[in-house]
Structure formats: C-alpha cells, structure tokens
Design a protein around this ligand. Structure first.
Ligand SMILES: [Mg+2]
Length: 266
C-alpha cells in the first residue's frame, strides 16, 4: 500500500497500542481480579484477548479500506478461541452465515474504536467513523454513544486537550454520571458503566502506567476496562516504548504486521 493511500495520521502517530497494552496486562485478572496495583505488568500468564483482536480489526479495515464488519469477521474468525473467549452474542455473530446487529450496549464497541480517533483528523469524521465501527453489532444508542465518547476523548487529548476537556466529555455524554454509580470490582460490561469509569480513571491518573495499574486494580471486567483506559491514556501521555515492545511480543505475526503498517505507512 502506498503512503498516499493512508490517512495522514496513520503514517506518523503511535496509535492503538494503548488499548492492546491494557488488554494484555489486564488479561490474567479478568476472571481472577486483583485489587492491588503493584502487580507484574507483563507476566507469563498474560495474553491478548478479544479487545486486541477487535482493535486490530478496526485498524486493518482502515488500512485495507474495507468495511468494519468484514474486518471484524475476518479477524475474529482467524482467532476463534482467544483467552477469555468472546461474549456470547458476539460469538454467535462471528459464526453466523448472515451476521446482523443485535442492539448491544456492551463495552465491545468502546474497546475496539481507538484506531479511528487517530486515523481521521476532523472530529466530525472521527465521530462518524466511530459510529460505523459500532453499528455491525452495537447498534443500540448506548453502544454507539460509548464508541463515540471514547473516540472523542482520544481525539481531544491528541489535539492538546486537558483534564477539563476530558471531564466535559464525560459529563456531556453522560449527564447523569455520578461517582456513586461506580462500584469497585463490579463486573459491569455495559458501555455506560465501563466508559464512564474509563474516562474518570484517566482524569484521575498521573501517567500511562498509573492509569493502567489503577484500571486493572479496579477489578470487574479488568482487561476491557484497561484496554479502554489504555486507549485514552495513550492520547494523553503516549506509550512507554518498553511497554509497546513487550506488548508486541505477545502478538501473532499477522497482528504485528498490521501494527507495523500503521507505524510505517508502508
Ligand atoms: Mg477481553
């Protein structure tokens, strides 16, 4: 693929590793929660899970200029049994002969959206593409909103936004947000629960690593919380180089090549 065929930002920016790092670091805690934050980040028991596969699928759709649905189906069918598996209805969707959206408001739309916030420069385009990434499965208004809120947050931070901007996004998208609704350790797989938590956590964090550690130590759906937090935190602080290298070492060659294409634009 020639450089000029790629969206501008894909040739320059470090993207989407934040989500992948969060997913890998959080993977071993999804069904074995920890409330400590001093754990080993890249443990031998870590693996990539559905959050990484779907994020890579979105990036690959942008690279190949194919539909998000086609790319999600291709990538997920290539990795049918990731650590932790897929959500029940998403698994059915993957294997359906005629996949149809199923009105989900699960956090799957929010965990996979990050590449579009880097690939497109204009906010209207970012939000329109975020909606398109959700629609194949998460066509419930809250599923779409979760994807748009995360993409909006990444976009604003990569354009110099501050904590105030992030807080405004949290309250604009979720006017009923209250700290009282966030329960440590609760397994809440909804967009409303996970996206509000992720936005709040990045607001409260001091660094990329701090954000990831706090996300995992929150408990609940730890790999997906950490993936969404990582995707937003990346836009705020960037990703420590060593973290990126470590995360890449957990990925199969096909995923590494998508990421290399995005880095190099070759
Ligand atoms: Mg997962």
């Amino acid at each position: 693929m020639r450089d000029e065929q790629l969206p501008h930002k894909l040739q320059k920016e470090i993207i989407m590793l934040g989500a992948i790092i969060g997913d890998i670091v959080g993977s071993r805690f999804e069904f074995n929660n920890t409330h400590r934050s001093d754990f080993e980040l890249f443990h031998k028991d870590c693996s990539f899970t559905d959050d990484t596969i779907c994020t890579v699928a979105i990036a690959d759709a942008i690279l190949r200029k194919c539909s998000y649905q086609e790319s999600l189906l291709r990538c997920c069918r290539s990795y049918p049994n990731p650590m932790g598996g897929y959500g029940g209805r998403f698994a059915q969707w993957i294997h359906s002969n005629n996949p149809q959206p199923y009105n989900s408001f699960g956090n799957g739309s929010a965990m996979r959206v990050s590449p579009v916030a880097w690939a497109f420069d204009n906010l209207d385009d970012v939000l329109a593409e975020a909606e398109k990434t959700a629609l194949p499965t998460h066509n419930h208004p809250e599923g779409i909103k979760g994807a748009k809120a995360v993409a909006h947050a990444i976009w604003i931070l990569r354009n110099g936004g501050t904590n105030v901007d992030l807080s405004n996004i949290l309250h604009d998208y979720y006017p009923n947000f209250s700290l009282d609704n966030l329960q440590r350790g609760k397994f809440d797989e909804t967009c409303m629960g996970t996206v509000t938590l992720a936005l709040y956590m990045v607001c409260m964090a001091e660094s990329f690593e701090d954000a990831i550690r706090n996300a995992v130590a929150w408990g609940g759906d730890s790999d997906t919380i950490a993936a969404i937090v990582g995707s937003i935190a990346e836009a705020r602080w960037g990703v420590p180089w060593l973290f990126g290298e470590k995360a890449m070492s957990y990925l199969p060659k096909s995923m590494q090549s998508v990421i290399h294409l995005i880095y190099t634009g070759i």
